[in-house]
Design a protein around this ligand. Structure first.
Ligand code: AMP
Length: 576
């Protein structure tokens, strides 16, 4: 309930002018009127996001301003994106990709990634964006579970797919961007397919409840689950982008997220384009100077990024900032992890702008709680629920708790972009709704007397490292596949820059000696099996991993021991 200072002044350009009144009067139905073609027998998010702009004055407006690490640039207007995605949609149809088929994307942030996601939606197929940092194990899990029929990737990244291909009988086509020659059976060249495809394409009108994309995300147990969203999500995408990100027609917007993370799909593709906004995509890695130069060069006005990046920029120092003209910036938002008040205060000093935190999840499909332009910011708070969203703090039985009390953050189900299923796992889907009348977020939080929500932590063991959600079980399972490891327990260890880092406690098999070399080998092993962001930055060799009598790893005990905190109730701890 404590906050030291409130930031009152945010330059409101449009946004949500009167939060309280809008919250009271709001209805989702009204939002549908913003679309050209919204009826129960025919919608398509790609029509609203791209095609419809080409019959307005936006037809020659820049949709995508792309730049890579080496400074190569490309620009695409809404008409360019329409043309390219129509051609690709024709090509996909030509090879037999139909409505409902899964087409996965394993690409860096190149224009083809964005065009492909639009094209897939146009034929009513389901897109599965994946991080290019994924190793063969992570790719295989996703392609296998989704039974993907086609994959769009590059020849370099395809080498990782090749390692898993034998076990993927459903995968009929691999479409390669930038393939020179030597195409193997089942491989196609993206460029050749586009070149020979017709520009004339009739979009597939789908039901609002038809699937649009699947993103795999981690829970405490089991493999990552395929969170599945539908075309109807566009209602939430459109209006949250307008009101939370405050986007206006003349804005140049930069979302730093990769579409492998839900923020990069929803607010790095759909949200801005549904609003007809020009957006910047920078395909390189984080680099303070590069990032500032992107803002300067493209005159970015609205910037959506994440706390780890902001903490890294803070660490990079204020001197760098003076080298760049950042005067175009007018609005900054952050998501994915707790945003430290210290970072907000720093931002206010160096950018002369507050940073607006907001909260949501892969499963919620759009921003649920936010700091709006017109609301005073209480640094450290995630803000207030979006109009149409009922967020409460509840206890384990589902009883609402009064302000100030810590509890589980829960939402009343039924908003337009709520997940529709976990791909091929009904039980996992039902788990979200186990408390009758609520969608369980898995986070703990409290609400203050003014209705602001404050993040406390995860109610489960899921780790949030630099905004990436990592399930400890996945890492443990991958660790024990290493020949030297007998047992493993994984925790999130607090870290100033990344929020948490992954720490693994490992018990070695007989005949293996602990060493720095072995640590490095284990880290490389995990990067290959999972992803570059999911490897344990810290590894501790130990004699045993605490477990319950039923054999469950007591991560709580590992964490308490690691942090020198009381271990709490140990009655279920297995005796050694
Ligand atoms: P993901 O689905 O990967 O985006 O992860 C969602 C989780 O990230 C949430 O359940 C939170 O634990 C965390 N998260 C997202 N946004 C915030 C925020 N603004 N403050 C604190 N935690 C956040």
């Amino acid at each position: 309930m404590e906050y030291k200072d409130i930031i009152y002044k945010t330059p409101v350009k449009y946004g949500l002018i009167n939060y309280e009144k809008t919250y009271e009067d709001f209805g989702w139905e009204e939002v549908k009127r913003s679309f050209e073609h919204f009826s129960h027998d025919g919608v398509n998010i790609a029509h609203e996001g791209i095609d419809r702009h080409t019959s307005t004055s936006h037809r020659n407006k820049v949709a995508l301003l792309w730049e890579d690490e080496n400074g190569h640039k490309k620009e695409y207007t809404f008409s360019d994106i329409k043309r390219q995605s129509d051609k690709l949609a024709n090509a996909l149809k030509g090879i037999g990709i139909n409505k409902g088929d899964r087409v996965f994307l394993f690409l860096p942030r190149i224009p083809e990634l964005y065009i492909s996601i639009i094209a897939i939606a146009k034929i009513g197929a389901i897109a599965g964006p994946m991080f290019s940092a994924f190793g063969p194990g992570a790719i295989k899990d996703r392609l296998l579970n989704s039974e993907a029929k086609a994959l769009i990737t590059t020849p370099e990244l395809n080498q990782r797919v090749n390692e898993a291909k034998e076990e993927l009988p459903m995968l009929k086509y691999i479409i390669l961007v930038g393939a020179k020659d030597n195409l193997k059976k089942g491989e196609l060249s993206y460029e050749s397919e586009i070149n020979k495809a017709s520009e004339a394409f009739n979009i597939t009108w789908v039901n609002p409840e038809d699937y649009l994309y699947i993103l795999y995300t981690s829970g405490t147990t089991g493999k990552p689950k395929g969170v599945t969203h539908v075309h109807n999500d566009m209602i939430s995408h459109y209006i949250t982008t307008k009101w939370v990100l405050d986007l206006m027609d003349d804005d140049v917007y930069w979302c730093t997220a990769d579409p492998g993370w839900v923020t990069g799909t929803v607010y790095g593709i759909w949200g801005p384009w549904l609003n007809g906004i020009s957006q910047v995509v920078y395909s390189g890695r984080y680099d303070a100077e590069k990032w500032y130069s992107i803002i300067e060069k493209h005159k970015v006005t609205v910037w959506y990024t994440a706390p780890t990046a902001l903490r890294m920029l803070m660490k990079a120092g204020d001197e760098i900032i003076k080298k760049y003209d950042l005067s175009s910036l007018r609005y900054i938002c952050s998501v994915g992890e707790p945003l430290n008040p210290e970072v907000i205060r720093w931002g206010l000093g160096v950018y002369n702008l507050p940073i607006h935190d907001n909260w949501w999840q892969t499963e919620t499909g759009s921003i649920m709680i936010a700091n709006y332009p017109s609301l005073p910011i209480k640094p450290g708070s995630m803000g207030k629920p979006f109009p149409g969203i009922c967020a409460k703090i509840i206890d384990a039985k589902g009883k609402e708790l009064p302000s100030g009390k810590h509890g589980f953050l829960a939402l009343k189900p039924g908003w337009p972009s709520m997940l529709r299923k976990i791909w091929r796992d009904r039980d996992k889907y039902n788990e979200y709704f186990r408390t009758s009348g609520w969608y369980a977020t898995g986070d703990t939080a409290y609400m203050d007397d003014d209705g602001y929500f404050w993040f406390v932590g995860r109610a489960d063991d899921v780790i949030n490292t630099a905004g990436h959600r990592v399930g400890p079980f996945e890492v443990e399972s991958a660790l024990v596949e290493h020949e030297a490891i007998a047992e493993a327990g994984v925790i999130g260890k607090p870290d100033k820059e990344r929020g948490e880092i992954i720490k693994a406690f490992v018990v070695l098999n007989q005949g293996h000696q602990s060493s720095d070399g072995l640590k490095k080998d284990i880290q490389e092993f995990i990067k290959k099996r999972l992803a570059a962001h999911a490897y344990p930055r810290e590894i501790e060799f130990t004699q045993n991993v605490p477990k319950t009598r039923s054999g469950k790893i007591m991560r709580r005990v590992l964490k308490a021991r690691d942090l020198g905190l009381p271990t709490g109730d140990l009655s279920t701890l297995e005796e050694d």
